[in-house]
Design a binder for this molecule. Structure first.
Ligand SMILES: N[C@@H](CCC(=O)N[C@@H](CS)C(=O)NCC(=O)O)C(=O)O
Length: 312
């Protein structure tokens, strides 16, 4: 059985979400540290161009986006469940909202000048400039636009007051009573804000939220050991991709057939297209086959939702 390899960097909120999912499931994994900005040649050799953080690799199978990574980990180890039975839709819909709307607020609040001055205190002015230019590029061509700091500050108390109100009730320590993907998706933007004293007050002012966040973060990260990016490429090169999912699915959009050359790209931001042969289009997942000089034959997996499929 192939090892779980997470490509990530320490300060990324979505990487923290993935690390907590691994911790919640009690899994062991290998940790490949990737650059926080482009270029990321060893990562894109595996993904074919997808650049966002994190990416999960299992042998020659590459999983993009934490929405799909969560489902892959659920398959790896069903219990404890991330998508509680009978509440799959509520859990997934809430998680998608937190991953987009709450995360967008957190980014805007963290990227205010007062907070940036503390967060980037150790970086040179050139490095800060390069980071800002990279993130401007990340947002070009996608449907997501930056939320202004004013609007984020204006709306933040509503998000937190609602959360505080729900978490104050007696029953259950987690958003849906038992832990679920909803908790992890809500937790990572708050973890991001807790990163410096300038923004941590935006969380600390809410006692029930703070207690819940401590419970979520207490799941930890599971057991990990470092792996180099070269070693991860070797793993892909020496592995054969896993068998395709055994799922019959009515492809009602109908325009892309299995076996066709296509591109797949996120629609919100980080919209770099990945080209390859469409092998599988299921309810939740799209799988592309591509061949890379350094990574060999890989299957790159994307969520269906939030990703655009175009015939090449
Ligand atoms: N929908 C993606 C979002 C991932 C995301 O936005 N990651 C941020 C870091 S937290 C990113 O990729 N930033 C640019 C980069 O790392 O190059 C997911 O769930 O994985």
């Amino acid at each position: 059985m192939s090892e779980l390899i997470l490509h990530h960097y320490p300060t990324s909120p979505f990487a923290e979400k993935a690390r907590l999912l691994l911790g919640f499931k009690g899994l062991s994994w290998r940790s490949v540290n990737i650059p926080p900005m482009m270029p990321k040649p060893d990562l894109t050799a595996l993904t074919g161009g997808y650049r966002k953080t994190p990416v999960l690799q299992i042998g020659a199978d590459i999983y993009c986006d934490t929405a799909l990574i969560a489902r892959r980990l659920e398959q790896e180890k069903a219990s404890p469940a991330l998508f509680p039975e009978g509440r799959e839709m509520i859990a997934a819909a809430f998680a998608a909202w937190a991953d987009s709307v709450v995360f967008q607020h957190a980014v805007s609040l963290v990227f205010q000048p007062e907070s940036m001055a503390v967060r980037f205190a150790k970086l040179s002015p050139e490095a800060i400039k390069a980071f800002i230019a990279d993130r401007a590029g990340l947002f070009s061509g996608g449907s997501a636009s930056r939320l202004s700091a004013e609007q984020a500050k204006h709306q933040w108390p509503t998000i937190m007051a609602r959360l505080e109100q729900q978490l104050q009730r007696e029953e259950g320590d987690f958003l849906l009573g038992e832990p679920s993907i909803a908790d992890f998706a809500m937790a990572h933007p708050l973890w991001f804000l807790k990163g410096t004293p300038v923004t941590s007050a935006l969380v600390d002012a809410y006692p029930a939220v703070s207690a819940w966040l401590a419970r979520v973060l207490a799941f930890g990260h599971g057991a990990s050991s470092a792996m180099s990016s070269e070693e991860a490429l070797d793993v892909a090169n020496n592995a054969t991709p896993a068998a395709l999912p055994d799922e019959s699915f009515d492809e009602s959009s109908g325009f892309a057939q299995e076996g066709q050359q296509v591109t797949i790209a996120a629609t919100d931001y980080g919209v770099d297209p990945v080209a390859g042969e469409l092998l599988f289009a299921g309810r939740e997942e799209l799988i592309l086959r591509r061949e890379d000089e350094r990574g060999g034959v890989v299957h790159v997996h994307f969520p269906r939702f939030g990703f655009k499929l175009s015939v090449a």
